[in-house]
Design a protein around this ligand. Sequence first.
Ligand SMILES: Cc1ncc(COP(=O)(O)O)c(C=O)c1O
Length: 418
Amino acid sequence: MNTVPKLKLDRSMEMYEEAKKLSPGGLMGIRRPYNFVEGEYPIFIERGYGGHIVDVDGNDYIDMLCAYGPIILGYNEPEINDAVKEQLEKGFCFSLVQEVQNTLSQRLIDLIPSAEMVVLAKTGSDVTSIAVRIARAYNGKNKILRCGYHGWHDWCVEVHGGVPQAILDLTVEFPYGDLDALEATLKEHGDDAACIIITPVGHPLAAPVVAPPEGYLKGVRELADKYETILIFDEIRTGFRVALGGAQERYNVTPDISVFGKAMANGYPISACVGKTEFMKVLEKQAFVSSTFFPNSLEMVASMKCIDILQRENVMDAVWERGTTFMNEMTRLVEESQVPASTSGIPPMPFITFEKADDQYKQRRTFFYTETIRRGLFIQPYHHGYICHRHTDEDLKNALGAIEEALKATHKAYPLKK
Ligand SMILES: Cc1ncc(COP(=O)(O)O)c(C=O)c1O
């Protein structure tokens, strides 16, 4: 029924069978095949270049998932490679720290509106957890009001196996974009709300990506102040992608604490928790955070070089501009296709959501994402995509071409039943 032949994925599948014997599920979390289209997507990647990835069977794709966000420039950036190699020669893992910790921290303070002090860690989950620890240590309250995905640690994990109910009870979810709902939640837990942690752009799994409605983030800021709780922006996805100072700069609302990761070093594992001195200082005595690998410097050097390039090539504006053209064109294609779907997102983070228009919507979605991967476009059915700087105009044109053809085939195979 599909209109283009299935990709040859033999080596990926062999490796997957091997992986399942070695590791639970073969691979972890959102990279598992059921998060794509099983049997149609590659599982093992050989290499990446520019805006492309090549799998172990030699298939080449335009990659618009960008490693789930870290790739803001492109794969295999020569200048970053050189900077990292230079640091390798000096060494990067010591019992003490290296000077680049200061230079990178100062750089973040210069760029990010809420940053007066910085702690550097490795993953997004590290820093969202550090941020809530700071909040709890600062005000002695217990509850965390959350909105969005914040990682895998006990206080925020979505699958609750292995987490004591007593911990889950201290985290309360509120819906994105609804100030009344947030105020009601604050009223209910106000006395004990240590912090509000929110992704400034709403991006729930498999659902439309929501740019902040007019006045929303400002309203969240005001509610945090009114109920005397700490406001944390989780900028793991928006940091170094929507503006150098993050969504807080673009939308002009300053949180108390904010966290960055993913794109800050174009793929190297580094994250940062930044905030006002008053809050950050609790890490001097009251609260403890440490890890063997936090001071490792390769990723700090990579981050410095990445930020150099982001500034020099004005990447944030370029990505926003090209993303706008891409989104407009994608929206036109979706609308003209008569496929019950819609586009959402902000220009650097586009997504196509399939509407639950009839009882075939899941098959329709699977069909569409099968057609796109077979045409060499790597996007994900349940997660928004990303535009990176090294996607060429031709890559973006070809991506739109794949989307257009896949939509046509989808409409033919799964016309909307009225
Ligand atoms: C908004 C947000 N916060 C936190 C995290 C957790 O980051 P990490 O996977 O690096 O632990 C993610 C990861 O996708 C994220 O998207």
